[in-house]
Write a protein that binds this ligand. Structure first.
Ligand code: GTP
Ligand code: MG
Length: 439
């Protein structure tokens, strides 16, 4: 079967059904006009550990929690130097935690998200990828269309130009070379002369390149702990979208029926704890926090204890986004990881490195650095909606050999998807696929 036909069957029908559904049940037009209340941490002035209970408020969309500190607040030289390797986590562990007076909350206060978000959740994966990849698609497919319109036969010059188009979409030189080579072989093998037909082969090869040889082409979801608490640790430099992704993921896991808690392990940046708390109250999950400047490993330890005593299914740990000093980053992350590993064998079940897709090749070099300091199990590529160079997904997977597990496709709480290479390629070629008619 033709590859476009396969994608059309898989994604377009799904979308048509969705649209039909929407016509019958039009959604509430009052989207995104509610506001965030940011008083969640005001009463917290003591440096004590606390597990904050989410306040219930109206669901809202398109509104990012406040509290992102300025870039300046990230940079203090002295703090780095004062980061000892083992500064008494044990002591803190003895004196804090749920036994030390943290209330154990039940789920009574948690209620499902509101109607607007639920409406959003009905959006298909296909339409989310299509929307999120609009910038890349517009730039990429117009270049491809232009290219095939200008060539009457598929020759060397054609491939050379195609190479440029792919590189300009941030696919990455190594990956592009590999891809062009395979394309040339495939075109020869199938004896394709018509450049129009090459579009389809390109789309097919993009999926192949993503999955590589050793993969069955399965979508890779997040690993879960089959017997107990699942722990996810988020890492990445500042501003890439860690906290936002944690909020989105918490929302998603919760709507799947899981009990989720968060640990405010970014004790470094001013406002970071409050930002996570806001997400906690927005999606209705608990947040374990200490005061600013305290030891992230101790926060995470308390997060585990609070999660266990609450019978949570998933704990998601935020961390500070700094990369000024590799040694300190390594010490801090390895200490946090050590605590998690010690408390829950097999955890963390994912170490997720968040990369900002809009930073292009810079994201690649961040990934390399992080991979040197910690075992990254998966990538979260945020802000794919904000770039015309979504090809970075392929470069990351192919050149770093780390799977892209989640992608951020917008700022709404529902704009997080499990990465699916077929849906991604559908997002890139949506117009062509929708128009595709078998001859
Ligand atoms: N358009 C878009 N914006 C996003 C996405 N993910 C995150 N953002 C935005 O990116 C900005 C930074 O996000 P944060 O979650 O605060 O980033 P962080 O990595 O936690 O940053 P630090 O706490 O400073 O280390 C926010 O304005 C988010 O709304 C996405 O998928 N799409
Ligand atoms: Mg953050």
């Amino acid at each position: 079967m033709s590859f476009f036909k396969k994608l059309k069957d898989k994604f377009v029908k799904e979308q048509d059904a969705e649209e039909e559904n929407k016509d019958q049940h039009p959604s509430d037009p009052a989207e995104g006009d509610s506001s965030v209340s940011s008083d969640s941490a005001d009463e917290e002035s003591s440096p004590e550990v606390s597990t904050s209970v989410p306040e219930k408020e109206e669901p809202h969309v398109n509104k990012e929690p406040a509290g992102r500190g300025s870039v300046d607040s990230h940079a203090t030289g002295t703090e780095e130097d004062a980061d000892p390797d083992v500064p008494g986590t044990e002591e803190e562990e003895g004196s804090v935690g749920p036994e030390a007076g943290n209330p154990v909350e039940d789920d009574e206060g948690e209620r499902p998200s509101g109607a607007v978000e639920e409406e959003d959740e009905k959006e298909t994966i296909a339409s989310k990828f299509k929307k999120g990849l609009a910038k890349t698609r517009n730039s990429f497919s117009s270049k491809i269309n232009d290219l095939v319109a200008r060539y009457r036969t598929v020759d060397e010059d054609f491939f050379e130009e195609l190479e440029e188009v792919l590189i300009s979409a941030d696919v990455g030189v190594t990956t592009v070379m590999e891809m062009i080579e395979e394309l040339e072989m495939e075109v020869k093998r199938r004896n394709v002369q018509d450049p129009q037909k090459v579009k389809e082969i390109i789309s097919e090869k993009l999926v192949d390149i993503y999955y590589g040889d050793d993969d069955a082409g399965e979508v890779e979801g997040l690993t879960e702990n089959p017997d107990g608490l699942t722990v996810y640790l988020f890492v990445g430099v500042n501003g890439v979208g860690k906290t936002t992704t944690i909020g989105k993921l918490a929302h998603r896991l919760k709507s799947e029926g899981k009990k989720v808690t968060l640990a405010a392990g970014d004790t470094f940046r001013a406002g970071a704890i409050e930002q996570l708390e806001e997400w906690g109250s927005r999606v209705g999950v608990n947040v374990t926090k200490h005061s600013e400047g305290s030891d992230p490993a101790a926060v995470v330890y308390d997060g585990i204890k609070a999660a266990e005593s609450r019978g949570a299914d998933v704990l998601i740990c935020d961390t500070a986004g700094r990369l000024q000093n590799k040694v300190n980053l390594m010490n801090e992350l390895s200490k946090v990881k050590r605590v998690i590993e010690r408390e829950i064998p097999g955890a963390p079940h994912e170490v997720l490195l968040v990369l900002d897709a809009t930073t292009g090749q810079n994201a690649m070099s961040q990934a390399k650095t992080f991979a040197e300091v910690t075992d990254v199990s998966g990538i979260v590529l945020s802000k794919l909606d904000g770039t015309a160079k979504g090809g970075i997904v392929l470069a990351i997977r192919n050149e770093l050999e780390i799977p892209v597990k989640l992608v951020g496709l917008g700022e709404k709480v529902t704009d997080l998807e499990t990465f699916d290479a077929h849906a991604f390629v559908y997002g890139l070629f949506a117009d062509m696929i929708e128009e595709y008619e078998e001859d």
